[in-house]
Every structure is written in structure tokens, then in C-alpha cells.
Design a protein around this ligand. Structure first.
Ligand SMILES: *Cc1c(COP(=O)(O)O)cnc(C)c1O
Length: 479
């Protein structure tokens, strides 16, 4: 193998943004604004003079006070915002004629307190590991409303779920059908089962791809007949009861086109099961993936619009196939918790880098990074960031928010505009970090994970405390 060195110029390590450079703001005032589509419902910048003191307030709590009390970096969770989004999904899908269950996908972000909010708002809960299951149990979550997902549930996890009375199992392989049947039989119980079907639809944001085949670890293929075979096996086992079919087509989806194809294929399968196996499908679970606005350009659907479209699609497909309309279920994660949380960082080093041709990019280093938000590095995710501890009348400059980790891909916001006078000690906040940020956080570089603090009615309260160096060293048997 030959390794070639290349000269390290000013653009060395440049990571091209798939989103392009965002349009330059019209002036300093544009950076004062908090787009309500992106920020939590209660985030505002009160009009109190003097101008420079106008910091951002979430649920009546000033971000400067939050950092003074809880440290930095910090995830701030707006309780009312979370509850409002959960309730909006619940109410949108609570249709008398065609009832649908809403399960919050706990993998997006789960803690004992959040599980309690989910229970109080009347939703079910998706878990996919023993750890998520035990969090729900500790919260006293009604276990009959829990669905257990995952492509590799262990025998111990299945047994734990049965012990806790988990309401439904979404089975993902023939092996799991056998494992679950044996575990349920040992306990003398009957487990309710949905079969996860890969329907050949892959959806991401504005596009979806429909294929005849499936090349992924999840689910049982519709095309090869594996899904039908799994149903046959479930029905034949006395310790299992078939409830329905499940599909999950992707994430950050902005329209119903992908769900349309998925529902069409699931209804076709349901008809085949009725005609060939004499099996009735009580329920169709269409999964999660409803998109949110990360930046001003994103235009997600409201839950009631999504609910009406999905109901319409399933009704139409069932009518065309002569099938009784099954009960529906959906599993939003990101669309509930995503916009309700922001991450607050303290600015450290501010370093202008000459890009040549008169262009400068300002690298703004913060006290967190890829350990608290891996999505930019992992998925090229795009975010909105604002100076929140004050306002500035300095001209906006093209900036890149980077973390403190020893990795050049440690980027939080790839291309953004921030005030030209940003200085160490300023607080900046990244919006819509509720989903898959704290949940995917790591201890890379032996960095303790930040706390999650909920805010409501002018008060803050710690949901997950900050990790300490002692927490990290506690695992080290030689420390
Ligand atoms: C990830 C996942 C969800 C939630 O996805 P979001 O994009 O957060 O809505 C729902 N159901 C299943 C099966 C999943 O794997």
C-alpha cells in the first residue's frame, strides 16, 4: 500500500457541506431572530433594554442563569413543548372511526421523567433494548402500552419483557419467533406479536426509493415470502398471538409518498394472508420517521395533516382490496422530542481561517462537540445556531461550530452565520437537538456527558445529571 502525503493548505481537512453555504443574513438583526419552526415553543428573546442584554429565555428561564446553575454544555428540555407535541400526535390519531395508537420511540431520547410524561399524555412507548425497557419500568410506565422492537433481542431481554408484561413484540426474524415462543411458553403466557415487514421502501427527507428487494438488517422480506412465512409460524405457535404487521421506512420524512407505497404493499400482504392463510390482520403499524425543521428551509407536516393522509391512504388501499380496515399505529420519536430540546455551549477559541480569494471562515470552538451531538459527523445533519447570551450588532460572518475533540470531523454546525464579534465566554445554542443527541452521546476523549435540564414556568430541574470524571473513572478497575 502506498500512502501519499499531501500539502496541508488552509483548506486542509475541509469537509464540503452537502447543504451548501446558507444564504448570508440581511444584517445583524436577522441573527437575533428565533424561528418558531425550529426553536422550542417557549423560547424567546424578551424586549428588555439594553439591547446587548437581550439573552434568550426558555420557559421563563434565562439561558445565562441555566448555565450559571447547571454548567456548560447543557441540554435544555422544554417540558411544555414536549408535552404539546406528544399530545398533538395523540389527538391527531385519536379518530373514532379509524382509531390509531401512537407510540413514542424511546430511542430518540428516554429518561424516567420523559417516560412519565409520555404515559401522562396517553401515548405508548417503543423500546428496543433491555436498558430502555428497565427505564420504562422504573418510571412505572404501563407495560401493556410498551412495544419491544429490535433485530437482535436476546433470550434474557425477551424474558425480562415477558416478566414485566410488555404489551407487544415486533418480531424481526424466524429465530426470534422461536425464541419468544419458547420464553412465553416457559412462563405460561401468550405474547402479542407484530411481524416486522421490509416493504422495499426507503425514505429520507424529500425522497424515497421503492425497490423490490431489501438489503438491510431489519425485518422480514415481503418480496421473498419471509414475512408470510413468519406469520404462518406465529399463528401455529400457541404461546404467540398475531396482532398485525409492522413497517418502518426511514427517518426525517416530509411527505406521505413513502408511507403510501408502504401501506399499499402491507395491505397487499394482508389480503394474501387472508386468502392464503386464513389469517386476519387486526393492526397495521406504519412506524415512525416524521420529519422536523432543523433549519428555516425545512417544512415538516403537522401531526393532524399526517394523520389525515395516513388514514386516507389505508382506507383507500383497504377499500380497493376489499379488506376490513385494520387499527393503525405510528411511532414518532424525533417529531416529539427533537424540537423540544436545545444544546447550550460556551464559546472558547474563535479562529478565523483564510480560505483564499478574500474568503474567511471563522472556526468557533465550543466546550462540547461530537460526543454530545454525533449527527453532523454521522449523517451530515444540518442545524440552526444562535448567540443566546446577548445580541450583537456586529456584521454576520461565515462560521463553523466545532467541538473540543481530537478529530477534524468534530463539527457541530458545518456552515452558519454568527456575529463577527463572537468571543470566549459567549453562550451559543443549537436548536432541535432533542432527538438522537443525548441518546447517542459518548465519552470520547474521556469527556463527561452533559446534563439534561427540563424547564417549565420559570423553573429548571435536572432530568439527567452531568457525568463527572469520577463517573468515568469508576469503571476503570485500576483507577
Ligand atoms: C427509529 C424508529 C422509530 C422512530 O423514528 P423517528 O425518526 O425518530 O420518528 C420508530 N419506529 C421504529 C421501528 C424505529 O426503528
Amino acid at each position: 500500500m502506498t500512502v501519499r502525503a499531501h500539502p496541508a493548505g488552509p483548506r486542509h481537512g475541509e469537509i464540503l457541506s452537502p447543504h451548501g453555504t446558507p444564504q448570508a443574513p440581511t444584517g445583524p438583526e436577522a441573527l437575533h431572530e428565533l424561528d418558531p419552526a425550529v426553536w422550542p415553543l417557549s423560547a424567546s428573546r424578551p424586549d428588555a433594554p439594553p439591547l446587548a442584554a437581550r439573552s434568550v429565555v426558555v420557559a421563563g428561564v434565562d439561558v445565562r442563569d441555566l448555565v450559571a446553575e447547571h454548567g456548560s454544555p447543557l441540554y435544555v428540555l422544554d417540558e411544555a413543548d414536549f408535552r404539546a407535541r406528544a399530545r398533538a400526535f395523540h389527538d391527531a390519531f385519536a379518530d373514532e372511526e379509524l382509531p390509531a395508537d401512537v407510540f413514542y420511540a424511546g430511542k430518540a431520547f428516554l429518561s424516567v421523567r420523559v417516560a412519565r410524561w409520555v404515559a401522562e399524555e396517553g401515548l405508548g412507548l417503543d423500546v428496543c433494548t433491555g436498558g430502555e425497557l428497565l427505564t420504562a419500568a422504573r418510571a412505572g410506565f404501563p407495560m401493556a402500552r410498551v412495544a419491544f422492537h429490535g433485530n437482535n433481542k436476546s433470550v434474557d431481554e425477551l424474558d425480562l419483557a415477558l416478566e414485566h408484561g410488555v404489551g407487544r413484540f415486533v418480531v424481526d426474524s424466524f429465530e426470534e419467533v422461536a425464541r419468544l415462543a419458547a420464553a412465553a411458553q416457559d412462563r405460561g403466557v401468550v405474547a402479542d406479536v407484530l411481524v416486522r415487514v421490509t416493504v422495499g421502501v426507503e425514505a429520507h427527507t424529500h425522497e424515497f426509493i421503492a425497490t423490490a428487494h431489501e438489503d438491510q438488517k431489519f425485518g422480514l422480506s415481503l418480496a421473498t415470502g419471509a414475512a408470510q412465512e413468519a406469520v404462518r409460524r406465529v399463528v401455529a405457535l400457541p404461546s404467540l398471538r398475531l396482532v398485525g404487521l409492522h413497517s418502518h421506512i426511514g427517518s426525517q420524512i416530509f411527505d406521505a409518498a413513502g408511507f403510501d407505497v408502504a401501506a399499499h404493499r402491507m395491505v397487499e400482504l394482508a389480503v394474501r394472508l387472508r386468502d392464503e392463510e386464513g389469517v386476519a390482520i387486526e393492526e397495521l403499524d406504519l412506524g415512525g420517521g416524521m420529519g422536523i425543521a432543523y433549519t428555516a428551509g425545512d417544512d415538516p407536516m403537522a401531526p393532524d395533516e399526517m394523520a389525515a393522509l395516513l388514514r386516507g391512504i389505508v382506507r383507500r388501499e383497504c377499500a380497493a382490496a376489499g379488506l376490513a380496515v385494520p387499527r393503525l399505529a405510528v411511532e414518532p420519536g424525533r417529531a416529539i422530542v427533537g424540537p423540544s430540546m436545545v444544546t447550550v455551549y460556551t464559546v472558547g477559541t474563535v479562529k478565523p481561517v483564510d480560505l483564499g480569494g478574500g474568503q474567511v471562515r471563522v472556526y468557533v470552538s465550543v466546550d462540547g462537540g461530537m460526543s454530545d451531538n454525533i449527527r453532523t459527523a454521522l449523517y451530515d445533519a444540518d442545524y440552526t445556531v444562535r448567540l443566546v447570551s446577548r445580541v450583537s450588532d456586529a456584521e454576520p460572518v461565515l462560521s463553523r461550530v466545532v467541538g473540543r475533540h481530537c478529530e477534524s470531523g468534530d463539527v457541530v454546525v458545518r456552515d452558519c452565520w454568527l456575529p463577527g464579534d463572537l468571543a470566549p465566554g459567549d453562550l451559543i445554542a443549537v436548536a432541535a437537538t432533542g432527538a438522537y443527541c443525548r441518546a447517542m452521546a459518548s465519552n470520547y476523549n474521556q469527556v463527561p456527558r452533559p446534563p439534561v435540564v427540563s424547564v417549565r414556568d420559570g423553573r429548571s430541574s435536572v432530568v439527567l445529571r452531568r457525568e463527572t470524571p469520577d463517573d468515568l473513572l469508576a469503571l476503570d478497575t485500576d483507577a
